[in-house]
Design a protein around this ligand. Sequence first.
Ligand SMILES: NC(=O)c1ccc[n+]([C@@H]2O[C@H](COP(=O)([O-])OP(=O)(O)OC[C@H]3O[C@@H](n4cnc5c(N)ncnc54)[C@H](OP(=O)(O)O)[C@@H]3O)[C@@H](O)[C@H]2O)c1
Length: 435
Amino acid sequence: MQKSLGIGLLGLGVVGRGVLEALQGNARAYEARCGRRLDVRAAAVRNVAARADLAAGGLSLSDDPFAVVAQDDVDVVVELMGGETPAADCIEAALSAGKSVVTANKEVMAKQGPALLALAEERGVELRYEASVGGGIPIIGVLQRDLQANDVSSVRAIINGTTNYMITEMSQEGKAYAEALSEAQRLGYAEADPTNDVDGIDAAFKLAILASLAFHSRVGPDDVHCEGIRSLEARDFVHARDLGYAIRMLATARQTPDGLDLRVHPTLVPVSDPMAAVEGVLNAVSVSGDLIGSVVLEGPGAGAGATSSAVVADILDVGSRLASGQAPRRLRPIDPSPQLVPLSNLRVRTYLRLEVPDRAGVLAELGAVFAAEGVSIASVLQTPHPQRSQSADLIVTTHVCTDGALQRVLDGLELSDSVIELGVRLRIEDGCDND
Ligand SMILES: NC(=O)c1ccc[n+]([C@@H]2O[C@H](COP(=O)([O-])OP(=O)(O)OC[C@H]3O[C@@H](n4cnc5c(N)ncnc54)[C@H](OP(=O)(O)O)[C@@H]3O)[C@@H](O)[C@H]2O)c1
């Protein structure tokens, strides 16, 4: 047997603790798989005093992650602190020192992944990030390796368990947004500040990582059009169901003739779509390519066990390569500035919920606003407003039109005396859009 592989763990939270327990609990099996023993030599946390139990067990603890990175007997750095700072600097320091890195950090990989991967390649070491998207779902390796023979045309994903849980509760239990959020917080699925989840920022980080891999392009979170779920009401799920749809927080990356289309927003998908069946905190990713057709991966997108599964697999792979003296995997060249499709050019169908005064003539007035922009209405449903007796809810779906034309309709509706409130606007994805 070769000398053991020294691991430095940065972070011992939900994931770090899970990784430590897996490495300790399965030490013999991993040693056999990897060809050398995996020794956690040091770990960094913010509050060392709170981890006295681990220190008593012989683990060297520090509140300085850079000191762990610099430790001579640490060969591989496993970054599980989260956030951009100081995580990105720690990863850069490790790579610069010729140490391979495993991370679960979507924010760092979405914002700085291409530069850090280039640094790893230059230094002849590995930077692995399987756990950064979809928790336990092995989608990064699938895109990097298993689907590399394909020309990928699209990636569609549910990659935020918090919003999928909330949406499921609103849809199945009729819960209001606020109620679904506090339930998610009580169960530990949502943070005290849920902004990154409910506004789609977390999903945009992950979509940027997936799109970079799928389309061999430098895609950052700012390239992703992002809308959150705050304006959804429980009754939208009922109306959507009556129309044959489920609502999902969908992350979509498509290669179109005019460039990349990158979006995260709540979307109406047909009830027969595999994404409609993804419920609760589960995640799913569907990839379409010229050879494979479509493949869907579904599974737990978070949690100590599932995320450790991905992190430890990366550690084992890096360890095996080091043990056998294999060179790091070569990266495919990427397009540094891919063409993006302007949102206004996209062709979409739309679902609108409007609060309107319950009086004669409203439909004709609103119809004129749509007609002025050449947007054709597919269906209209009027129902009593749940709180205000003088108002009605109007549920309008449109035929395919450009996003820009629909936006001009919304601007017109905003100014119209026949609209009390623009409730929600959702895009419908049913295969006839964007042809
Ligand atoms: N949780 C999941 O299910 C999940 C799933 C997929 C990916 N991830 C990713 O995995 C990473 C870790 O997530 P987590 O949920 O395990 O986070 P967490 O529970 O908040 O744990 C973070 C850990 O990092 C330590 N830490 C943070 N900043 C530090 C600093 N400046 N110096 C030293 N230690 C520091 C914390 O120390 P203290 O313990 O002293 O506070 C804590 O041990 C994140 O990138 C996250 O996005 C998480």
